[in-house]
Design a binder for this molecule. Structure first.
Ligand code: PLP
Length: 393
């Protein structure tokens, strides 16, 4: 399909769907069918051989999933996207085809709890060594790279401290080592950052977060060049962690409002972070849009918005618990990037499975509170946090 406009807001609404191919349907139809029947054996054979475009079985290809993949690829300005059943399936799906026993993966610290678990429980079982860089700094990453390094793995922005990773520096390291740079960019999203333009080979999203945005779909994606995603897709067809068509349909609807939602998250995130920064009971605010953040300059170079994830520190674990329990608009729970605001203590949600000592090393202090700012009115969110923080002063 050719599009009259190629700005992200336009692509979000139109990419991946041509009404004329679907009886004029303005909204992409949902092909909730496992099997597609062929008119005759010759056609089936031609489709199976790749001589003719068509559909046979939805683990291999489904029109609704394909449409959502095209929309996401357009948003990222990428050649191709592969959707998965969840973000974690996408993490595994991006790495597994490129790693064999004896290989090394160099990981940056400060990554999503589920990914940490995958790296410490699953990859070592397969004979893959995971080497942890001492910090997010490229020189510390370089110190871990060896001739066996196949992948450098980073997340940016990170969760929960919202650190920003220097992608061009890591991309250079990867090229020097003949390795791939794989980045989980879930917390940025295509409006705020374009990791593929900065040398990332494969970009991972948990679509359960900002991309879908409505908190009603588990989704994952791997985005990149046609060559690399072909290997990802082939492995996925074999192992089966594909996205269900209904989930893809919901994700496609979620992506249609992606730009609008993200603009709101960006504006409200900044307003809430500024409020927290001047509050007497708050010792520290982690938000890259603030000049006080250690990665503020890097964030300005690499990002065009900072999202709605904010962490802040109050006196201790009890004070943090009080704030969490006293908020009314913020639901107590994990996850990020939905239209509704959420609050949690990373120590007992996203990083629950991380040993306490390791948590401290990662900077996850007992008094840390994480919020995901939704799309509610910023004034109401600030008022809610103000009354919740009163008790801790
Ligand atoms: C949520 C999340 C994941 C995992 O995604 P699921 O869809 O929950 O499997 C991976 N990485 C990051 C950064 C996340 O926030």
């Amino acid at each position: 399909m050719t599009l009259a406009g190629d700005h992200i807001g336009t692509l979000a609404v139109h990419a991946g769907h041509a009404p004329e191919d679907h009886l004029g349907a303005a909204v992409p139809p949902l092909y909730q069918s496992v099997t597609f029947v062929a008119p005759d054996s010759d056609t089936l054979e031609a489709i199976n051989d790749g001589r003719q475009r068509g559909y046979v079985y939805s683990r291999i290809r489904n029109p609704t999933v394909l449409a959502a993949e095209q929309r996401l690829a357009a948003l990222e300005g990428a050649q191709s996207a592969v959707l998965f059943a969840s973000g974690m399936a996408a993490v595994a799906g991006a790495l597994d085809p490129f790693l064999k026993a004896g290989d090394e993966l160099v990981a940056l610290p400060d990554i999503y709890g589920g990914t940490l678990r995958y790296f410490s429980e699953i990859l070592p079982q397969r004979g893959i060594d995971v080497r942890w860089a001492r910090s997010l700094d490229a020189t510390d990453v370089a110190a871990c790279v060896s001739p066996r390094t196949k992948i450098i793995y980073a997340e940016t922005p990170t969760n929960p401290l919202v650190r920003i990773v220097d992608l061009p520096a890591l991309a250079q390291l990867a090229v020097q080592a003949s390795a791939m740079l794989v980045v989980d960019g879930t917390l940025g999203g295509p409006l705020n950052q374009k990791p593929l333009d900065l040398g990332t080979h494969l970009l991972i999203h948990s679509g359960s977060k900002y991309l879908n945005g409505h908190g009603d779909v588990l989704a994952g994606a791997v985005v990149g060049s046609r060559d690399l995603t072909r290997r990802v897709r082939s492995a996925q067809q074999a192992s089966g962690a594909v996205m269900d068509p209904h989930a893809a349909w919901l994700l496609m609807r979620g992506m249609a409002t992606y730009e609008l939602r993200m603009q709101r998250h960006n504006a409200t995130g900044l307003a809430v972070a500024r409020f927290l920064e001047q509050h007497g009971a708050v010792r520290k605010v982690h938000f890259p849009g603030l000049a006080s953040h250690p990665d503020h300059q890097l964030a300005l170079q690499q990002m065009s918005g900072f999202g709605g994830l904010i962490s802040f520190e109050v006196a201790d674990a009890q004070a943090a618990r009080r704030v969490v329990d006293r908020t009314r608009l913020f639901g107590i729970g994990p996850s990020i990037g939905g239209i509704e605001s959420l609050i949690s203590q990373p120590g007992n949600t996203s990083h629950h499975s991380v040993p306490p000592q390791r948590r401290l090393e990662m900077g996850i202090t007992p008094g840390l509170v994480r919020i995901s700012v939704g799309i509610e009115d910023a004034r109401d969110l600030v008022a809610d946090l103000a009354q919740a923080l009163e008790a801790t002063e």
